[in-house]
Design a protein around this ligand. Structure first.
Ligand code: TXA
Ligand code: MG
Length: 313
């Protein structure tokens, strides 16, 4: 794949929006760092983010929206969240809020959690792109997993050249540091320090931010202890399921539900959370899962399944 550099003009912006509509990945500038954008409602497009970044885990992503109306269609705002949004959006602040149902947001964006990280970015190009695309854009920082967040189009290119469709070049990012992330637990809690100073947030709320309890701290990307886990018990690397198990297949196997009959890891990642929820909804008690190759997105899929298979405390 050739990574196209798009200029920050109207053909560039509409080109970027078209690529997003086609399920492609486009890096774009925000005031904090460059984001690696995908249509947040397209499972496959979101799966490609993890593939392009070579992320070994499905940690939840931030969804970017153009305005408060869209934000409120996706997430439930309490009083404190509303106050912070009114004071600091658009800007370098991300709020983790209860996810509404039926929004069409891919469960890969929230890693199957019932909360969603959401923000309205302040960068004019990000704003234009969101307006033209006319929908929510899921975007982690546009760097390969484990590398530093990019603040120029060149940084993005050096990490992701050939792995993404395009980069919308908006020059250097002003803030240069990721957004500050606040959760509501229910007390306003600092989940990640970032581009918006904690003091400004505390001043706005008129109270200090709570320290996150250990289990809810994303100590490293994707290290959240609270992950979506299905009710069913899960057994991995199974070639033939026991009679009391439902086989979640991968590749050309005879099974009840298949993540990808063709053995396509992007397709499997895109279907994973939907499949687990589907089996839960069916009331399945025991899930057996076909072996899934442990490379590329397969590592993230296996990581997620291992967590789901781990004994519950
Ligand atoms: O400035 C930024 O925030 C940039 C730009 C592109 O917006 N984005 C960014 O995304 O830094 P990312 O994926 O690199 O970091 C998102 C962080 C992760 O540490 C993730 O664990 C946390 O947000 N997060 C996302 N959803 C969450 C949720 N539902 N609960 C708790 N943490 C969440
Ligand atoms: Mg990052």
């Amino acid at each position: 794949m050739k990574t196209e550099i798009l200029r920050p003009d109207s053909p560039g912006i509409s080109g970027a929006a078209d690529l997003l509509r086609a399920g492609q990945l486009v890096a774009f500038p925000t005031e904090t760092v460059y984001g690696l954008g995908a249509d947040a409602r397209n499972d496959r497009a979101v799966a490609r983010i993890f593939e392009a970044k070579d992320r070994p885990r499905f940690n939840p992503l931030i969804v970017h929206v153009s305005g408060m109306n869209t934000a409120q269609e996706i997430a439930v705002f309490g009083e404190a969240a509303e106050r912070l949004a009114a004071a600091f959006w658009p800007g370098p602040l991300t709020l983790v809020l209860p996810l509404k149902s039926g929004t069409g947001i891919s469960p890969l964006v929230s890693a199957g959690l019932d909360t969603i990280a959401i923000r309205i970015p302040a960068h004019p190009l990000a704003h234009e792109l969101l307006a033209q695309f006319d929908g929510p854009i899921a975007a982690p920082s546009a760097n390969p997993s484990g590398k530093i967040s990019p603040t120029t189009a060149d940084h993005v290119l050096s990490g992701l050249n050939g792995r993404i469709a395009a980069i919308l070049d908006g020059g250097p990012c002003k803030v240069g540091l990721e957004s500050t992330i606040i959760g509501f637990d229910p007390e306003p809690t600092l989940l990640r320090p970032g581009g918006l100073p904690v003091e400004a947030i505390e001043h706005c709320l008129g109270q200090p931010l709570a320290e996150p309890t250990h289990s809810k701290t994303p100590t490293a990307p994707g290290q959240l202890a609270s992950h979506y886990a299905p009710n069913a018990a899960i057994r991995l690397n199974v070639n033939s399921a026991n009679p009391d198990e439902t086989l979640l297949g991968f590749g050309p196997v005879d099974c009840d539900l298949n993540l990808s009959t063709g053995g396509d890891l992007v397709e499997a990642a895109a279907k994973l959370f939907n499949a687990l929820r589907e089996l839960d909804a069916q009331g399945v008690k025991k899930i057996a899962v076909s072996p899934i190759s442990d490379h590329g997105l397969g590592r993230a899929i296996n990581d997620r399944l291992k967590r789901a298979a781990a004994p519950r405390l």
